[in-house]
Design a protein around this ligand. Structure first.
Ligand code: SF4
Ligand code: SF4
Ligand code: FES
Length: 238
């Protein structure tokens, strides 16, 4: 039978790779490989997934050196001539165990970037309809599809150099909210992202944009945030 050699990270930050052999199957995804190992070879292997269809963002891992969503990554696309595949936890986040990263820092940074909607309507008010033709809405339509997988965060060198940096996903989310006419905290949000660890630290190298499985461009959103924060500073609003 056609077999695949798989090196899988085991343990915490001081762990090591362990080798497994897994049967090759048609249309096999990297998540299928990890699941096979856990079910058939070593039930102690820790990993995370939920939806298996590219919706929840929980299955991201480092596969052959690059961050990817494993449920939508086919083995064929990462294994060319060699029959080997290396699977490790996401970079730039602490490792809990095996393939499971600690996501707290990632989501804490969303909060630090005020990546949450702050309107002024109550549940007793009517909906605030926003036309599909609205210019701001069109601009962020793609960016609001973020699934919080942290692939961009794990691919960002600035996060590696400066662990305080808010990172592409949190800044992308903050940018979408500055374009939401129902939100009431635009200036406060710009203030939250304009500091040393915010949008001005981005080097625009686009690794986040190249790797994002939802084809979002955090780089473009961050560039827009830089412009808005600078304009607000010139107007002395920050
Ligand atoms: S473009 Fe900015 S946020 Fe994206 S990977 Fe590069 S430095 Fe990080
Ligand atoms: S911007 Fe893309 S890569 Fe980053 S968390 Fe959202 S979906 Fe994942
Ligand atoms: S398991 Fe939900 S996105 Fe992969």
């Amino acid at each position: 039978m056609n077999r695949l050699e798989v090196q899988v990270w085991r343990g915490g930050a001081e762990g090591a790779f362990q080798r497994f052999e897994v049967p090759r199957r048609e249309s096999q995804t990297v998540l299928d490989v990890v699941t096979y190992i856990q079910r058939m070879l070593d039930p102690t292997l820790a990993y995370r997934f939920a939806c298996r269809v590219g919706m929840c963002g929980s299955c991201a891992m480092t596969v052959n050196g690059k961050a990817r969503w494993t449920c939508r990554t086919h083995v064929d696309s990462v294994v060319q001539e060699s029959k080997e595949i290396t699977i490790a936890p996401l970079r730039n986040l602490p490792v809990i165990r095996d393939l499971v990263s600690d996501m707290r820092e990632f989501f804490d940074k969303w909060s630090r970037a005020r990546g949450y909607f702050e309107g002024d309507r109550t549940r007793r008010d009517d909906f605030a309809p926003i036309s599909c033709e609205d210019k701001n809405r069109k601009e962020i339509d793609a960016a609001i599809e973020c699934i919080g997988c942290a692939v961009c965060y794990a691919s960002c060198d600035v996060v590696s150099w400066n662990p305080d940096y808010l990172g592409p996903a949190a800044l992308n989310r903050a940018w979408t909210l500055t374009r939401d006419q129902r939100d009431r905290k635009r200036i406060e949000r710009l203030r939250a992202v304009a500091g040393d660890a915010g949008c001005h630290s981005c080097h625009s190298h686009m690794s986040c944009t190249e790797r994002c499985p939802k084809r979002i461009s955090p780089t473009a959103g961050i560039a827009a945030l830089k412009r808005e924060a600078s304009l607000a500073a010139l107007k002395k609003s920050l």
